[in-house]
Write a protein that binds this ligand. Sequence first.
Ligand code: M6R
Length: 608
Amino acid sequence: MCGIIGYTGSSQALPVLVQGIRLLSYRGYDSAGVAIWQDGSLRIRKDKGRIEDLAPRWSPDELAGTTGIGHTRWATHGVPNQVNAHPQHDDGETVAVVHNGIIENDLALREALEADGVPLVSDTDTEVFAHLFARAFDGDPVAAARHLLEACHGAFALAIQHAAMPDTIIAVRRGSPLLVGVGVRENLVASDLRPLVGRADAVIDLGEDQIAIVTPDDVRLFDADGAEITAERRPIDHSERDIGKDGYPHFMLKEIHEQPDRIYELVASRIDPKHQRVRLEDVGITDEQWRAFDRVDLIGCGTAFHACLYGAYVLEGLAGIPSRALMAHEYDARKPHLDERVLAIAVSQSGETMDTKIAIQSAVDGGAHTLGVLNVRESVIGRTVNGVLDIHAGPEVAVASTKVYTQMLCGLLLLALRGAQARGTGDGLLAEIAPALKRLPDDVRTVLGRFDRVREAARDVRRAGDMLFLGRGFDAGTALEGALKMKEISYIHAEGYPAGEMKHGPIALVSREVPTVAIATSGPTRERMIGNVREVRARDGEIILVATDGDGDAEKLADFVLWVPEVHPLVAPVVNVVPLQLLSYETARLRGCDVDQPRNLAKTVTVQ
Ligand code: M6R
């Protein structure tokens, strides 16, 4: 979704802003722009399009200043065009604003401004901020920023410039994340860490309703009452700096290949082999609380929701707590019964997804114990919940989630084992699972080493218009995730189903032109999966089978077999999704699609 970058220092701002916009572009955007202070006025350049096309049109001579703000916009209020792109400004162009989030009362504010004779030229809610700030500013930027916090409802992160303040950026945060990057005689403002890496040594996470006044040598922080507060700085750690492609042609492929190392680190840090215990003390759920829970709600969207499906199986199956996976945007509508015996888990890579944030907030309000299974601890959701299980996947840049999904599965399995430990339902369980978890990185590596076989299958499916993905039990979610990966990056229409649903409708779609990917690895659901595969075969459907090494039936039943090693059924979804990730990657690449930044999608969906 939208991205913010701001710079004030002694270097030229334009190259820093353009590079920042490039680094933010993984979030998805349809327009971009910059504002730079020069000779007493703000120079604003912005338009619809990609930064590669826009930046060459922005003349460094006309934008020669050392303080500026930049933005990537993903359209919500108004179509992507020049007028609606950010920075937005007031009628005199004394104020420029870039904004992530939404003003909920923008219609009322627009009407009030128009009634006062203020001309509004864009369709955006952001323009309201520029006019309100310009009218409230009397030389004191904190007072004008406080006026915005008072007048505007919703979630927003803002970077603001005023023509009367040559080297100053005003940052305001409510609901949406905003960081100040602290460098040497230069400071930055950004909506996430990526554009700060390499320039800033430390960051300040703006808290709720805080205002920062950022100049090259100073960062002053104020609360909503205008009182100055201490700005806590934290260093940028090593893993946060890691944002290159490491020689891979795409971030997605790099991130798929990172999975063994990430899984190893997560599992090794959380299992105490000597005492046969899962160590999740920092998550903050006591044995007593575990024993008192009578329901678990797992809440997420997209890939995170698919991880929730698996999480519900393992929490119910291992810890014996009735558990359900729920799409975050449907949560409130159910009017769920909530109290302290409900464990509500928000599963999210970014920790910023608005639907998930709203759902977990209602669980907080209802008195549930809340937990985030997150890749970004210092996120909006991370600050909302009682505890966080950090899945430590490292930065994920590709819009299509891969390594984060397998980390979510591992994190949820560890959580279920911890629950089982506390509730006494896990006797001997860890002894059984620990060796499988230990071997898991190598098993995933084995699958990655079989990319050539996947490439053959991709050459075949690249011309398909539609595809089906089938799985059962723990792998029902794998099927949904395989279909989501395929559709989001290759634009092939793909549907994923628990295979038992086939007879109830989807089997009508089976034909030679609709390849079916079936996950039928060894374990309790294999026989029934093979039954489904035979039904597809009987209707002349093409089959791509994910099967366990040594399965004697696989070659006879399938057009392509994607072999995976024999693993414990509880960890099988982690292994089985990998060939599906590779298949969607390779299919999208062969079809010439923009693998890392698929059309219409944003990495982080910060609107409802
Ligand atoms: O940041 P989150 O994990 O909360 O994001 C949820 C979904 O938007 C995300 O998983 C989306 O479905 C991905 N593009 C899938 O690859």
